[in-house]
Ligand binder design. Sequence first.
Ligand code: ARG
Length: 585
Amino acid sequence: MELSKILNREMEAAFAAAGFDASYGRVTVSNRPDLCEYQCNGAMAAAKAYHSAPIGIAEKVAGALKESHIFSQAEAVKPGFINLTLSPVFLAEYAEEMAAADRFGLEATEKKKIVVDYGGPNVAKPLHIGHLRTAIIGDSVKRILRFAGNEVTGDIHLGDWGLQFGQIIEQLKDEKPELPYFDPAFEGPYPEEAPFTLSELERIYPAASARSKTDEEFLKRAHERTYLLQHEDPATKALWDHIMKISIADEKRLYDRLDVHFELWNGESDAAPYVPEVVRTVKEKGLARLSDGALVVDVAEESDKREVPPCIILKSDGAALYQTTDLGTLIMRMQTLDPDVIIYVTDKRQELHFTQVFRTAKKAGIVRPETELIHIGYGTMNGKDGKPFKTRSGGVMRLESLIAEIEDAVREKMKERYEDAEMDEETVKCVGLAAIKYGDLSNQASKDYNFDIDRFASFEGNTGPYIQYTIVRIRSILRKAEEDLSGRPDFRPISEDGGKVKDLFRAIAGFQDMFLTAAKELAPHRICAYIYQLSDCFNSFYHDTAVLKEEDPGKRRAYLKLLQLTERLLLVCCGLLGFDAPERM
Ligand code: ARG
C-alpha cells in the first residue's frame, strides 16, 4: 500500500481512539522539515466541530500514538499541530517489502482498455522537431499506464489523407509525365517499384507545397488529385501506396532511434470509410445543420469561457475535414477496440479541435457516455534563446539532425570526463536519448520549454545523464563488492542509522505515492522529479557512508541491498520515461 495511505490510516485510527471523527486524521509532508518529517493539522479543524481547544485535541491524539509502530514520535505543538516522525524500523520494513515484491508492491489498479494516440506525423514530410514532444510524451504516458496495469494500445494516427498527396502527385506529373500513372490509356498493373526515392520525395514535397502558394492553377490540380485519391482512382492510389511505403519505412527508422513504438500504424485514411457513418449519425440524431452550405454541429456550451465554434463535418463542397476524420477514427476505435479511455497527445494549439470533436462524439453517441476522451496539449519546444527552435540557418530542424547534435554533445562530454576512455557509440546513443527525453519530460507537458543541448547533455544537475550516471555508479559499487545479493533484504542493521540513510529510505518509500499521482495526472514530470530526488539522496548518502569498507557483515549487506533497491527503482523509472542506462559511462 502507498505510504500516504498507511500514514493516514494510522492517524485516522488515532483520532478515533481519542474520541474524534477519524476523517480529521490527514497526514501531510511537513512544511517545516527542520522540525519533523510529517504533520497533521486535523486538530485545528476538529476544534471547531467539538468546540474545544485545538491543542487539547492534538495532545489527546498524540497520546493515542504513543504505542504506534509507524510513528516513532508524535508531538502536539501550539496552536494544535501534530508533528510526526516516522519510525525507522517501520520504514526499513516497508523498504524490505518493496524490494521483495513485484513492481515494488504496487497493487494492480483498475485494468482499463486505453488507446494513446500520439506521433501523428504527416506522411511524406521528414520528421522534424515538431514531432518530438508528442512522440516522447505519448510513449511515456503509454509506459506509465501499462505499468499501472492497464491494457494500452499506441496508435500513431498518420496524417496520410490530405492535400500533400495531391501536391506531390501533381508535381511528379510535371516532372515525369511519361510515367504510366499519368497515361489514361494504361491498363495496369502499375509497377511494383516506386518511381522516386526517399530523397526525391523529400525534395518534391517542399517544392510542391511552395508552388501551391503562388500557382493557383497548380493548387487547383492538387485539390482535384486529392479528390481522386479519396475516391479511389487506381493510378492515384498506386502512387499513394508508393509514397506511404517509402516514407513510413523512414519514419519507422527514426522512431526506432527514439525507442518509440506504436502497436497500430493507422492513419486518417483508415478513418475515411467511416466518414459516411459520421454524417449519417449526426443527421439522424438531429444534430446537424447547414451553415453557408457546410454541414455543422453546434457544440457551444453555456459555461464556455471562450467561444467554441460549431464542429464542421462537411465543407460546402462535400469534403471531409480533420474533425471528420477524427470522428470517423472514433467510430473505428469503438468498433474494433471499444476502449474505456482515449488519450490524444498533440500541441496544445489543437485544444479547440479536440473540444469540438469530443463534444460532437458524446452528443452523437459515437462513444459511450462513460468513455473518457482526454487531450494532453503540450507547449512549444523553444531554442536556448526562448524563441521557437530553429536550425542555424533559420529552418525547421529535422529530428535526425537534432538527435545527431545531442549525440555530438554527449560525445564531447564523455571525452572531457574520460580522457582516454574508449568511446562506445552504443553508450553515446543511450545517453543522448536520456538527454533528449529527460530534458523534455522533466517539464510539465503543458508548459513551453527551452531545449538546451548543453544543459540536457550535462552529467550534473537535473538531467537524464545525471540519473544514468547515478545508476552506473551504483552498478560499479555493486560489482566491486562481489557479493551475492539475491534474496530478501534485511535492513534492520542499518535502520537506526538515521540521517542520510533515513532520507534515502524515505525517498524510496515515496515511490508508490509518486507513481499513482503520475499515472492519475498522466504526468511523466513527476517521475523525473522523483528520480532526481532519489539520485540526490543516494549520492549524498554514498558521500557520507563508506559502504565497501563497512566491517560489520550485516550492515555491509544491508547497504548493498539498499543500493540494489535504489538502482532497480531508478532503472524502472527510466524505463517509464523511455530510456535505459548504459553499463559504464
Ligand atoms: N497529423 C496531425 C498534425 O500533424 C496530428 C494528429 C493527432 N491525432 C489526432 N487524432 N488528431 O497536426
